[in-house]
Design a protein around this ligand. Structure first.
Ligand code: BES
Ligand code: ZN
Ligand code: ZN
Length: 518
């Protein structure tokens, strides 16, 4: 990962290839931009006047500049109208600028950080959400520059890459707090990019055992504990739903448990569960060939869980957090489960498998049962569970369902700030009824005609949720993107890590308040 460094140097004297300045949408340049403009004999003002640059969100303008400014280029990037600026717009603008500089063949970029008083208009939306300017810029900049190139031969393709990022302090007094914000931003980015890389790995590399090895590796580096249950352990626990899915594959399944002990010993933990299907062929209910390759991302929830736990540990969040990843392939074979087969889950409930492609809910069922042994404060599962969520919400938001309105609302609020939107869907008694089987306790798909595919999947999960607050995030539409976005490349997005970390940090604050009350 590229390193971002704070420079205690001023705008006019700092030597760099590219000086990046944020601008709000306005008629004339103001603040630092206006100061710079006088040095540049009115060039910037005339660009605003000719509407070559107006500060619209993610608008960019690259200028060659000369003395007295020490930078080779000036890159302006728009934030949109002052009153509408949010943390995510700043993150986008930072990403757009960094990416633009990279595509222009530049290698060193420097972001100007306004002092609190000079940057009021920019800060307004951030103040509201309690987000830090520098951290947000680091997130946007570094996330936009992440590439997955494990399989590219380095010599053959000439690629221009940003090698250094500086953040310029406007005042000496900003430096210390800027350094800690940069460090926080880097830790988050490193967790998100680790998740993205796991998701991008093809399934012939990223098997359940590979995920388990990676989890062990991260546990060792960040001081977490990691336990991996094998097929025999799962048999002993009666995890018939997970084992049913795994039965069709030559690759053994893995039930991965990561633990971050940041709270006191008997603090009930927050459990995060991530679907870990390392490839989803559909099984005997085989998927059609077009785009089946994308089903290597069906372990996105698991990868996000690993990334979140890693960030929680590296940021030393004072909470106990458990990550659970039920990992398996979903394959068609002579040993695979067949439509109509009945499985007995760890909870004791039996499941009629009417479609082997609805496998995610099967592996999650046993994980939800297992989670109860932690007596958790809350359980959040993340899964690329249904194509139906793409019909409902497209790629703009993940669906959130659950049994606790406060938990749903809190997660949704966190997503607004981090730019990882969640949109609630209900689970009504009719939906719960729709997954009851005639001959077993449950069936893994609702009868034809019921519709509401994302909700009935949620209703199925709810049957395995015990007496704890629970939320399910269906990330099938947000985990993978067919197009490049300001700070997200094509492919794996890493959706969920920053959202969950914000959630955990706020929970930690609440917990410490409660402790102070006692
Ligand atoms: N992994 C898929 C869901 C999915 C679809 C993820 C598109 C990412 C993009 C899941 O296991 C699945 O196949 N779901 C079925 C459920 C159906 C059989 C009830 C679906 O959505 O078609
Ligand atoms: Zn499936
Ligand atoms: Zn799946």
């Amino acid at each position: 990962m590229i390193k971002a460094t704070v420079k205690d140097e001023r705008l006019l004297t700092h030597k760099t290839e590219c000086l990046i300045l944020f601008s709000i949408e306005e008629k004339n340049p103001s603040g630092k931009l206006a100061e710079l403009d006088t040095k540049l004999k009115g060039i910037i003002k005339s660009l605003f006047k000719n509407k070559r640059f107006e500060g619209k969100l993610n608008q960019t303008l690259l200028l060659n500049v000369a003395k007295p400014i020490q930078a080779d280029h000036l890159l302006l990037v728009g934030l949109g109208k002052g009153i509408e600026i949010t943390a995510d717009k700043l993150r986008q603008a930072a990403g757009t600028a960094a990416k633009y500089a990279e595509k222009s063949g530049l290698e060193t970029i420097s972001f100007h950080v306004p002092a609190d008083d000079a940057g009021k208009a920019i800060y307004a939306g951030l103040v509201k959400s309690d987000e830090n300017f520098v951290q947000t810029v680091v997130e946007g900049g570094l996330l936009s520059l992440h590439h997955f190139d494990d399989y590219k031969q380095p010599a053959k393709e000439k690629t221009s890459r940003i090698k250094q990022i500086f953040l310029l302090a406007n005042l000496k007094s900003q430096v210390v707090s800027m350094r800690s914000a940069v460090s926080r931003g880097q830790k988050l980015v490193s967790a998100v990019t680790a998740s993205r890389d796991l998701i991008s790995q093809p399934s012939n590399t990223a098997t359940p055992s590979y995920l388990a090895d990676k989890a062990r590796e991260f546990a060792k580096s960040f001081g977490m504990t990691c336990k991996v249950l094998t097929t025999n352990d799962m048999k002993r626990l009666g995890m018939g739903a997970l084992l049913g899915v795994a039965k069709g594959s030559e690759e053994p399944p893995a039930f991965i448990i990561l633990e971050h002990h940041g709270g006191t010993k008997d603090d009930p933990p927050i459990v995060i569960i991530g679907k870990g299907i390392t490839f989803d062929t559909g099984g005997i209910s085989l998927k059609p060939p077009p785009n089946m390759d994308e089903m290597k991302m069906d372990m996105s929830g698991g990868s996000i869980t690993i990334g979140t736990l890693t960030a929680a540990a590296s940021l030393k969040i004072p909470l106990n957090v458990i990550g659970i990843i039920p990992a398996s392939e979903n394959m068609p074979s002579g040993t695979a489960i067949k439509p109509g087969d009945i499985l007995t889950s760890m909870s004791g409930k039996t499941i009629e498998v009417l479609n082997t492609d609805a496998e995610g809910r099967l592996v999650l069922a046993d994980a939800l049962t297992y989670a109860a042994r932690y007596n958790p404060k809350a359980v959040i599962d993340l899964a690329t569970l249904t194509g139906a969520v793409i019909v409902a919400l497209g790629h703009q938001a993940a669906a959130v369902l659950g049994n606790n309105d406060a938990l749903i609302a809190h997660l949704q609020q966190c997503g607004e700030v981090t730019g990882e939107r969640l949109w609630p869907l209900p689970i009504w008694p009719e939906h719960e009824k729709a997954v009851k089987s005639d001959i077993a306790d449950l069936k893994n798909i609702a009868s034809p005609g019921v519709g509401a595919g994302t909700i009935t999947a949620g209703a199925f999960l709810k049957a395995f949720v015990e007496d704890y607050p629970w939320c399910h995030l269906d990330i099938a539409g947000t985990s993978w993107s067919g197009e490049e976005k300001p700070y997200t490349p094509k492919g794996a997005s890493g959706f969920g890590v920053r959202l969950l970390i914000r959630f955990l940090e706020q929970e930690a604050k609440k917990t410490s308040l409660q402790k102070n009350d006692k």
